[in-house]
Design a protein around this ligand. Structure first.
Ligand SMILES: [Zn+2]
Length: 429
């Protein structure tokens, strides 16, 4: 029986959301948290985009060092030979890629003015898959954009063509959030059967069904004899009404009626990292977590009405499906109400050392070990070099860095330097 793989796209679909974005350091922290959680794959960016290059290279370096392991890091490009070649030229260590093409008549009319037929699209796709193979890609997904408005036989033809050239999976994109659980189940089951390929579910929330559709699609893929890959984003951040929320998807797979126990995740997931990743993404994107967000919202475990409060006090199972501790909640949060020294782009050495000392004391007080982290600077020169990077990180983030960002810079100054390097005018390719 097929399994469900978690394939997060926060660092690709999430960051292309209007009005929102992440610094390269924030994107890196998201990858680290996804890896800690046990997420199988992160679509970590756009390898054809010049300002992503050093970030993508730096994250692949972290993978080599074992920091981003076992998570798979994959890029997203359009399914053209030009894009694929540019991707592997700019990010030569890239191993996993998804190549994307629109497949619906609406998109063919709207985007290509009716000049491209499905045959042309498929030719571009197979040429792109060939190019990715010869560039050394180890896994290739072929994305059917607007799949939910594409006739199923065309989708199968698209997938089979990709497969014949060595593609590993097909991504079924419900680009406009048009599907419902009933339609996506049938379409994806037919697609899995018709192509013999694992199917990725890429669902949007325009009709409020991104998580439900992801589950129904996964069931369709598995019932069709294949593995399913669910595309998620942290806090559901994504274009327009957003994508399927990572934590809600995990909860739905592992807790929902007649699904839990039957359809299973490919790898164990550490749900207790949920609260941390959700809080960080909220801070980094500057988007509050909705009060009623599943699992991580402020009201997810709050009870006021007499009958509910009485019931849950007698037996929590009366009004709660799962426990807050499972999501890593329940620890008191400290908020500074007095003097506060922050890091910023104009910070000096004594303020910086003070901030770092506080972080170190905090970790010690909580009884954390910091592994091989060297948490004390040998001298002011060493501290000054880290501070310089912290200043640059603040220029990019335009807000105080969180503790784990500061620790990351102190631990991997060489990687941090790459993440913070933007060279728009050096004319390289
Ligand atoms: Zn999308």
């Amino acid at each position: 029986m097929g399994k469900i793989y978690l394939f997060d796209v926060t660092n690709r679909d999430g960051v292309q959301t209007a009005k929102l974005g992440l610094s390269k350091l924030e994107k890196t922290l998201i990858n680290i948290y996804l890896n800690e959680m046990g997420v199988y794959q992160s679509e970590f960016g756009f390898p054809t985009t010049r300002h992503e290059r050093l970030y993508l290279q730096a994250n692949l370096e972290l993978a080599k060092k074992g920091v981003l392991k076992p998570i798979r890091l994959s890029g997203w490009v359009r399914a053209t030979v030009g894009d694929v070649e540019a991707a592997f030229r700019r990010v030569p260590e890239l191993k996993h890629i998804n190549v994307s093409m629109s497949t619906s008549n609406q998109m063919l009319r709207g985007k290509f003015g009716g000049k491209s037929t499905l045959k042309d699209i498929i030719k571009s796709l197979t040429d792109a898959v060939d190019a990715a193979k010869s560039a050394g890609a180890e896994s290739i997904g072929v994305n059917a954009e607007d799949a939910s408005r594409t006739d199923i036989n065309s989708l199968i033809e698209f997938g089979l063509a990709g497969r014949a050239h060595g593609a590993d999976r097909i991504r079924y994109c419900d680009t406009l959030g048009y599907d419902n659980p009933f339609t996506i189940y049938e379409a994806v089951k037919a697609l899995a059967k018709g192509t013999g390929m694992p199917v990725e579910l890429h669902c949007h929330g325009d009709l409020g069904m991104a998580v439900a559709n992801s589950l129904a699609g996964a069931k369709g893929a598995i019932d069709g004899g294949q593995d399913a890959y669910i595309n998620t984003t942290v806090n559901g951040i994504g274009e327009r009404a957003g994508n399927a929320d990572l934590v809600a998807v995990i909860l739905a797979i592992t807790k929902s009626k007649d699904f839990a126990g039957k359809y299973q995740l490919s790898h164990p997931v550490d749900l207790s990292k949920s609260y941390k990743i959700a809080k960080f993404a909220s801070y980094a994107f500057k988007v509050p977590i909705p009060i009623n967000q599943p699992g991580v919202g402020a009201n997810a475990f709050a009870h006021a009405s007499g009958i509910h409060a009485d019931g849950v006090l007698k037996d929590k199972g009366t009004y709660e499906l799962y426990d807050f501790t499972e999501l890593g909640r329940g620890e008191p949060e400290q908020v500074e109400t007095g003097r506060e020294i922050c890091t910023g782009q104009y910070s000096g050495i004594s303020g910086f050392r003070h901030v770092m000392d506080q972080i170190i004391d905090g970790f010690a007080a909580e009884g954390h070990s910091n592994g091989d982290m060297s948490l004390s600077f040998r001298n002011d020169k060493e501290a000054g070099e880290i501070l310089e990077l912290v200043r640059y990180a603040n220029v990019e983030a335009q807000k105080p860095l969180v503790e784990e960002e500061l620790l990351f810079i102190a631990k991997y100054p060489g990687i941090a330097k790459k993440l913070l390097t933007l060279r728009p005018l050096d004319g390289d390719d």
